[in-house]
Structure formats: C-alpha cells, structure tokens
Design a protein around this ligand. Structure first.
Ligand code: 5RP
Length: 223
C-alpha cells in the first residue's frame, strides 16, 4: 500500500470514534484531509466540527460540514489529528503543517485525542523530525540561541523565500538535533520561554489512541 492509501485507511477508521450528534475536533494535514473526506460521507450524523487551521476550515466548509468557533464549545468528546512523530507512550511531535498552536488548543478542550498516522510516524524516541516551534517574531533570534545552547540547530521556516506566517500571524522555527528524552519536562520548559507561542511537543496533551496505518491494516495503539 502507498503512504497515501495508508492515510486514507486511518482517516476512514477514525469515523468509529465520533459521537453521533456531537461536534468533533479536527486537526490539520494530509492525513486529516483524508479524515475530512471520510467525514463528509456521514456529515448528517454529526453537528459539525471545531477546526485547527484555516486550511481544514476551508476543506470542511467546502464539503458542507458546519465549523464552530472553539469559544462556542466547552468540551469536545474527541479530537482527530495526525502527527509528525508519535512514540510508544502517545507523546507526539506536531506542527509540520504549521498549525500546532490551534491544534494544541483544540486538543486541550477534547476528552480524547485520536492520532491517525501511517506507520512511518511511530518512533522509539521523539527528535528525528525537526521540532516545529511557533514564535513571536521579535523573539526568534533569542529562541534559536536557546535551542542551540541545548545542542539543537534551528532555522526559520520559509515560504516563497520569506518567513512563513502562521494562521496566528507568527513565525515557525524548526529545530534539528534535539534528543527529547523526557517529553513532558521538555514541553513544560520550552513553553515558558518568552516569545514561544507553542512548542510542537504534545506530551501534556498526548494521544490516548493511535490508529496506525500498516501494510497489514489498521493497528490500534491505546496509551
Ligand atoms: C500540522 C500537523 C500534522 O498533523 C502533521 O504535520 C502530520 O501531517 P501529515 O498528516 O500531512 O503527515 O501537526 O501542523
């Protein structure tokens, strides 16, 4: 099976976690796009979605799925999103699609995080994928120096030769070479640095379930 087919497989499998009549939290990325396409086939059975990015909002609305502001909803039963990496405890690195801040907000208001990913995303320890960090532009150089002092190597993410601007009007720094041995401690520490909006380690809001697309079918990991 191709990676694209594996993504479609887990996107479809995530439907069984939806609660009829409720609003579902929807993440961002190519795997989530498959989930949104699958969701459209049963849109009459849910009330709508809270979205984690402008891109997902556009796709949801184009398929006729109502999108609610996160402030209108106190608690979601389930949040479906992808990951750049996920370990065997459900800790993730996210933000490859630059949507990490809104993803963390929707994850925080959800009872259950169901991660959908192809098997290439499962790792023993986080850190191989460059860690995305959303930063307020005036703090970029300082934050990059702090990561370099930790042994990382940081670059500003570009789009068309200019710093990428997130849905929140901020920039992204990608950090290579970090060893994230204690994801909770790492997320707690970096989240406190002035100018850091969101660090792409999701350990405080980790996944409870991962639907992993493998050549043998969907494997369910419960954490
Ligand atoms: C976006 C994300 C995505 O979930 C992550 O990048 C995985 O994306 P894909 O499903 O395209 O591999 O965190 O900010």
């Amino acid at each position: 099976m191709t990676q694209d087919e594996l993504k479609a497989l887990v996107g479809q499998a995530a439907l069984k976690y939806l609660v009829p009549g409720e609003i579902v939290g929807v993440g961002t990325g190519s795997t989530v796009n498959k989930f949104i396409d699958a969701l459209a086939t049963m849109k009459d059975q849910i009330k709508g979605a809270v979205s984690s990015s402008d891109a997902s909002t556009l796709r949801l609305k184009a398929l006729g799925i109502p999108v609610f502001d996160s402030n209108e909803v106190e608690r979601l039963s389930v949040y479906i999103d992808g990951a750049d990496e996920i370990d065997h405890q459900g800790h993730m690195v996210k933000g490859g699609g630059a949507a990490l801040t809104r993803e963390k907000i929707v994850a925080a208001q959800s009872k259950q995080f169901v991660c959908i990913a192809d098997e290439s995303k499962l790792v023993d320890a986080l850190g191989a994928f460059p860690l995305p960090v959303e930063v307020i532009p005036m703090a970029t150089a300082r934050v990059m120096r702090q990561f370099e002092a930790m042994g990382g190597s940081a670059v500003v993410r570009l789009q068309d030769g200019q710093p990428l601007v997130t849905d929140n009007g901020q920039h992204i720094v990608d950090v290579k070479g970090l060893k994230i041995t204690d994801p909770v401690a790492f997320e707690t520490q970096v989240s406190q640095w002035p100018g850091v909006v969101t660090v792409g380690v999701f350990a405080l809001q980790k996944a409870q379930v991962c639907l992993l697309g493998t050549s043998a079918g969907v494997k369910t990991l419960n954490f």
